[in-house]
Design a protein around this ligand. Structure first.
Ligand code: SF4
Ligand code: SF4
Length: 354
């Protein structure tokens, strides 16, 4: 095409700072692959959007996730060896599942991925993280197991497992200077994860500043508010109107909801395409995004200990407020009296020109 035929608007297009980015995803932590499955439900953006380059100006993305890959066995494993040799540069390392403590036993392994050709022994998951993390552009923990240990790291577990920051160190930085990025949730909310990946792609492209993280290494824009702050049942809470059994549309704090002290955006965002969630649709929040999950929240179906004082106060205040509001509600439920048929106009209109 001759130069003059190139549309003028192409001037808005700029090549990203890097042309291609690989996402090397380890699902071989102690996990159920629930996060890999969850992200297939994302739509803002979807995995397909990212892989097909729906957003212009970003690097081309190659995803290496065993749940979604075409390749199997050794063909699939090649990507991990290539990443280790520096042949997939840059790459984002995604870790799914808790990282077991392989140091507490003399033989065997808790979790592994691939076989070391030299020894014929499995390569442990923690070994892969130690090999790949120093070479990654960024390291991302997907789900509460990878971020903080999660359900597998609960009291009494035999593996001594932990989250990424417990394994690599909370002050760890990638070679691009990026801290570990934690996207907790059990499983992760689909769009929360894909938005975070998208942010890192913008960063790799040179189009965004350092990803903003809180002191638990969570993206601030996703985890800066509590469940309660985004729950559409909070109106019932404020009016001291609490459910005593499941199935009620009212606030379910007395049934075990931990929403007021949990950082998560699921009730506000919904699960997929704004549909679903937890307390907003009748399921108690069990704090599945939190570093203290699950031990600090069990038994799940008991009223949280701190809830009694605040619900007691709101029950007293709420009863008065509710009755005052019901009077006003009855008033505003009636139409103004001038809306009627008749030969006389009673709206108060006073013509000035006729
Ligand atoms: S259901 Fe839970 S999150 Fe929602 S208003 Fe009640 S306590 Fe808060
Ligand atoms: S609302 Fe509570 S239970 Fe639901 S995803 Fe968020 S932290 Fe987990």
């Amino acid at each position: 095409m001759a130069a003059e035929e190139i549309p003028y608007g192409r001037r808005t297009q700029h090549a990203p700072a890097v042309k291609e980015v690989h996402i090397v995803w380890i699902t071989a932590g102690l996990s159920c692959d629930g996060d890999s499955v969850a992200v297939t439900g994302a739509s803002q953006p979807s995995i397909e959007d990212v892989l097909l380059g729906a957003i212009p100006g970003l690097p081309k993305v190659h995803l290496h996730n065993p749940v979604l890959a075409y390749e199997v066995g050794e063909d699939f494993m090649q990507y991990y060896y290539k990443a280790e040799r520096g042949e997939l540069d840059p790459f984002v390392l995604v870790v799914e599942g808790s990282i077991p403590n392989e140091e507490i036993k003399r033989e065997g392994y808790w979790a592994a991925l691939g076989t070391d050709p030299a020894t014929g022994q499995p390569i442990t998951t923690s070994e892969w993280i130690s090999r790949l993390a120093p070479k990654a552009f960024a390291v991302v923990g997907i789900g509460t197991c990878a971020t903080y240990g999660g359900i597998h790291a609960m009291a009494g577990n035999p593996t001594g497992c932990m989250g990424l920051a417990d394994y690599l160190g909370w002050n760890w930085r990638s070679r691009a200077g990026i801290p570990i990025v934690n996207v907790p949730g059990c499983p992760v909310q689909p769009d929360n994860f894909m938005e975070t990946v998208l942010y890192l792609l913008y960063q790799a492209a040179g189009l965004a500043p350092m990803i903003p993280l809180d002191d638990q290494l969570r993206p601030k824009w996703l985890f800066g508010s509590t469940v309660h702050e985004g729950c559409d049942r909070a109106g019932y809470y404020e009016q001291g109107d609490f459910a005593n059994e499941y199935g009620s549309p009212k606030c379910i704090v007395k049934l075990g909801c931990w929403g007021p002290v949990v950082n998560c955006n699921v009730p506000k965002r919904g699960w997929m395409a704004g549909i679903g969630g937890c307390p907003n649709v009748g399921g108690i929040c069990i704090g599945c995004t939190m570093p203290g999950f699950p031990d600090k929240f069990m038994p799940f179906m008991d009223e949280p200990p701190g809830a009694r004082a605040s619900t007691g106060a709101s029950a007293v205040y709420g009863r008065v407020i509710r009755s005052l509001r019901s009077i006003t509600n009855a008033t505003v439920n009636k139409e103004p009296k001038w809306r009627r048929r008749g030969t006389e106009l009673t709206t108060g209109y006073r013509p000035r020109t006729y």
